[in-house]
Write a protein that binds this ligand. Structure first.
Ligand code: TYD
Length: 213
């Protein structure tokens, strides 16, 4: 028995966390078992790592290793056990964030960061959702937000690099990434993601049927 693993990706302020919360409510309303977790964080050990990342101005390689450490904890405690029980696991950011933020925007190398993720991740998301919101909207949201961290005030240039990084991944077409327009109303975003999930499940079902005798 295996659940479904979905990661939500996007720029800071793209609305991905709100989308994740609303998606969870909608799925639960339809009687699905859902757990929502976030990276970095999701459980006390990983939240402690998150605080270190957020509170100190650290070297990009140190930062990457901390994200990976937090990912390992989250994966072992909040993702794998729930997938084994048939849950839908929603994760607010996962390995693609490291490839884009550390690998591309901070310049550590996308392939190098992908390789390091292989050391940490026993499994990967079935579906990655990229919430595609214009940079100006993301920056304005963060400017007026109450709950912010040191990354929320990076220069526009940095956000442009992050966006470019996601575009590179989309063009590489190897990570099962779906784009959802972040300027749509949240209910529409949830609806689109639900349809992506149904389509994915039908595809898997067909593949499984083909392997049956
Ligand atoms: P957070 O407050 O969760 O931002 P948001 O809600 O906008 O996603 O902060 C997470 C920050 O950490 C965000 O700037 C992206 C960054 N990040 C990385 O750089 N690499 C990673 O692997 C992950 C998971 C996050």
């Amino acid at each position: 028995m295996r659940g479904l693993f979905i990661a939500l990706e996007g720029l800071d302020g793209s609305g991905k966390s709100f989308t994740a919360t609303e998606l969870k409510k909608s799925l639960e309303h339809n009687n699905y078992k859902v757990i929502l977790t976030r990276e970095p964080g999701g459980l006390p050990s990983a939240e402690a790592i998150r605080n270190t990342i957020m509170d100190y101005d650290i070297d990009p390689k140190t930062e990457l290793l901390l994200y990976l450490a937090a990912r390992r904890e989250n994966l072992l405690h909040n993702v794998i056990p729930y997938l084994e029980q048939g849950y839908i696991v929603l994760c607010d950011r996962f390995f693609l964030s490291s490839i884009v933020y550390q690998g591309y925007a901070r310049g550590l190398g996308m392939q190098e960061v992908r390789n390091l993720n292989h050391f940490v991740c026993d499994i990967y998301p079935d579906i990655n959702i990229f919430i595609d919101t214009p940079i100006e909207i993301c920056m304005e949201r963060k400017r007026v937000a109450k709950d912010t961290n040191r990354f929320d005030f990076e220069k526009e240039q940095f956000h442009k690099k992050v966006k470019e990084g996601y575009e590179i991944l989309l063009n590489q077409n190897q990570d099962n990434i779906f784009i959802v327009d972040g300027s749509l109303d949240v209910a529409e975003r949830v609806d689109i993601i639900s349809k992506i999930m149904v389509k994915y499940l039908c595809r898997i079902d067909n593949q499984l049927n083909k392997t049956k005798r």
